[in-house]
Design a protein around this ligand. Structure first.
Ligand code: HPA
Length: 259
């Protein structure tokens, strides 16, 4: 049952271009001053497989957006983050649960495991990372000390515990530019900086959400050990296989949280 009392959006990343357990109500193409979002917005209710629960209740309607497009053909550095966030705000979304694939750096960030990050270090370099740049009446700096919404993150963690879904609480997300993966030396640098996981989509998404006053939390799926941390080179096959396993748990978790 969705007890969050907010209008929730899920931004699905690699491995989550659609929600298998959603009953779709409608689709909407939303235009924004920043261009088109990555995909039409999908409105629906989570379809609880085990119980009939609160199916079709209006309170449980959520919005789904595929960050990389439904065909998964928009790479992380080409995602129009501003259009995505603006579109969600425009349709009345108040809270966002982002799903992100990451590489594991800390020893417990095993491939396939889930983690709710609580901090970010931004290494991206070429992305438009603010709404506050043109036609300003005054310069604006948002507070971003704690980039993720603590209450929403806690709801995710509590729900996972109740549903017996293993999830790690707290991690620092290092956001890299991509689309290439990192070098082993870059990962050592990130580790020294205090990063526990590394991904390409956490920023500027989180900061743009904050600029729009949207609550934002993330569920990350560890897809691989980050560069140089295992004996194997990182292949798309390995990433896809681990994401597939992790996403099954994410769907279960979303079902318990929002269904
Ligand atoms: N690095 C950056 N982004 C990623 C990785 C990684 O190792 N795995 C999945 N997304």
């Amino acid at each position: 049952m969705n007890t969050l009392k907010q209008k929730i959006a899920i931004i699905g990343g690699t491995g989550l271009t659609s929600l298998a357990n959603i009953d779709i109500i409608r689709r909407e193409i939303v235009m924004t001053p920043y261009g088109e979002p990555s995909s039409p917005l999908i409105y629906g209710v989570i379809n609880r497989l085990e119980t009939e629960g609160a199916k079709n209740s209006e309170n449980n309607e959520l919005v789904f957006l595929a960050r990389h497009g439904h065909a998964h053909n928009i790479p992380p550095h080409r995602v129009n983050y501003r259009a995505n966030l603006f579109a969600l705000k425009k349709v009345g979304v108040t809270s966002i649960i982002a799903v992100n694939a990451v590489g594991g750096i800390r020893h417990d960030m095993r491939p396939g495991s889930l983690v709710v990050p609580d901090q970010i270090i931004d290494y991206t370099a070429k992305r438009i990372n603010t709404f506050y740049e043109d036609n300003l009446t005054h310069v604006t700096h948002i507070d971003f000390s704690y980039p993720y919404n603590a209450e929403l993150s806690q709801s995710i963690i509590e729900t996972a515990k109740q549903a017996n879904i293993a999830i790690i609480q707290g991690a620092t997300y290092g956001a890299t530019e991509g689309p290439r993966l990192e070098t082993a030396a870059e990962i050592q640098r990130l580790k020294n900086d205090g990063c526990d996981i590394v991904g390409m989509t956490g920023m500027p998404e989180a900061a743009l959400a904050r600029e729009l006053g949207l609550d934002y939390a993330s569920i990350c799926v560890n897809a691989n050990w980050a560069a140089g941390l295992s004996d194997d080179l990182i292949s798309m096959e390995i990433i896809e296989e681990n994401i597939k396993n992790g996403m099954a748990h994410v769907l279960q978790l979303l079902e318990n949280l929002l269904g």
